[in-house]
Design a protein around this ligand. Structure first.
Ligand SMILES: O=C(O)CCC(=O)C(=O)O
Ligand SMILES: [Fe+2]
Length: 403
């Protein structure tokens, strides 16, 4: 695991290039009772990071890099199973738990099919995990989900510190994480984005139904905070029809492909680990420019979701993000892996911007006016967490708007 207080100048220079603030959890992120002084320190660091950038990179969080990579190996093995076996684990309609195959559902733009494979865990008591064809899968993924739940609990406590409210405020509102979608919509999602290969110039198909990528995965252990290679002009964005008009991608003028369209996450926050391919890009609050997050081996990104944005009346803005597959063929020919833990409040929790004291707004009248306006809709009708996410799905998938 990487040390942030390194005397290594080269490493320090690399880390200083990160657009994302880096926060050291001192190895107690998944402890049942984390050291209070660490929670307090992280809370204060989160306050600055989340209010200014909407995100932070967590290091020394307690989930080993090896554990994350092993989960990706399991996912590789799963996607490599014959389709008729994978079929047994497909997510049921109206359920969050289970496998979502490529093309099975719509992307966040509400009009194009998913290009990635996803395996969602929304309960720690899952019966339907592919243990039989893949011994070790269920055990590993359940342990990993438990770790992510513990890390989310740590962040929930630090968040309370950051907002100067009782430590248990958020914990109590998230007490059913991973007990199943009927109680809480939190989930661990393992993601695999298959390689993209241009068969013929001009033709931009997504191919490779089979996975032949495990050994092609880039396993670089070097931090990588290169700025993006080419300025990406959004005017160049166009849509390209795939074979039979079925799959299509969004392609940028420079040849890079948008694998996961721009969106904000719906919940309280998301914990995200991506492999060394990078690919994640974010818009910092108040900016229209896409920034490459880059890669810090072993780190986990925390980014604010819509519910935290509502709760904090915009003090912790939900982060706009997307996934880009770069134009370089050598990178595009490899698959990309990520793991996201979506932290949601319990379904019956009413989400109201008036739940939290908002000292800044009281002092700043202009700001208060603006916030009142933007949160008027939510105030007029207090939704619970379940209703909010359903409303979000409806808005996204009926109007074809990006979230
Ligand atoms: O794969 C990633 O890195 C990000 C995925 C994501 O943003 C999402 O599924 O909401
Ligand atoms: Fe996301």
């Amino acid at each position: 695991m990487i040390k942030t207080k390194s005397s290594d100048d080269k490493l320090d220079t690399l880390l200083s290039r990160s657009v994302v603030p880096i926060i050291d959890l001192a190895h107690c992120g998944i402890e049942e009772v984390p050291v209070k002084s660490v929670v307090n320190r992280v809370g204060h660091q989160l306050k600055k990071a989340l209010s200014e950038k909407g995100m932070a990179l967590l290091v020394n969080h307690g989930i080993s890099d090896e554990k994350l990579k092993t989960a990706w190996d399991h996912l590789d093995d799963f996607v490599d199973l014959p389709p008729d076996i994978r079929q047994h684990y497909i997510r049921a309609d109206g359920d969050k738990h289970g496998y979502v195959s490529r093309g099975q559902q719509q992307r966040f733009d509400g009009k194009s099919p998913e290009l990635r494979h996803a395996f969602n865990i929304s309960t720690l008591n899952a019966q339907n995990l592919p243990e039989e064809p893949l011994p070790g899968f269920a055990d590993h993924i359940s342990t990993l989900a438990t770790d992510f739940k513990a890390l989310a609990s740590f962040i929930l406590q630090a968040l309370a510190v950051s907002l100067d409210i009782p430590h248990t405020f958020f914990l109590e509102k998230h007490s059913h994480m991973l007990s199943g979608d009927h109680d809480n919509m939190s989930s661990l999602r393992m993601l695999y984005y298959p390689p993209i290969v241009d068969d013929e110039p001009g033709q931009n198909d997504v191919i490779k139904g089979r996975c032949q990528y495990s050994y092609q995965r880039c396993l670089s252990n070097q931090p990588d905070f290169r700025p993006e290679h080419n300025p990406r002009d959004e005017d160049d964005l166009n849509e390209v029809d795939g074979p039979n008009g079925q799959l299509f991608e969004h392609k940028l003028g420079n040849g890079a492909v948008i694998q996961c369209p721009p969106h904000v996450d719906y919940g309280t926050f998301t914990l995200l680990s991506q492999d060394s391919e990078g690919g994640l890009e974010v818009k910092l609050p108040g900016s229209e420019k896409w920034n490459r997050v880059g890669h810090l081996p072993g780190s986990i990104l925390v980014n604010c979701g819509e519910i935290l944005n509502i709760w904090t009346q915009g003090r912790y803005p939900a982060l706009q993000h997307r996934v880009i597959i770069p134009e370089q063929e050598t990178i595009r020919a490899r698959g990309r892996h990520s793991i996201a833990f979506f932290c949601h409040p319990d379904n019956i929790t009413t989400i109201s911007p008036t739940d939290l004291p908002n000292p800044d707004a009281v002092q700043d009248k202009a700001c208060l006016k603006q916030r009142k306006k933007s949160f008027k809709a939510v105030k007029e009708r207090a939704y619970n967490a379940y209703q909010l996410i359903q409303k979000k799905f409806r808005d996204t998938y009926s109007s074809n708007n990006h979230s």
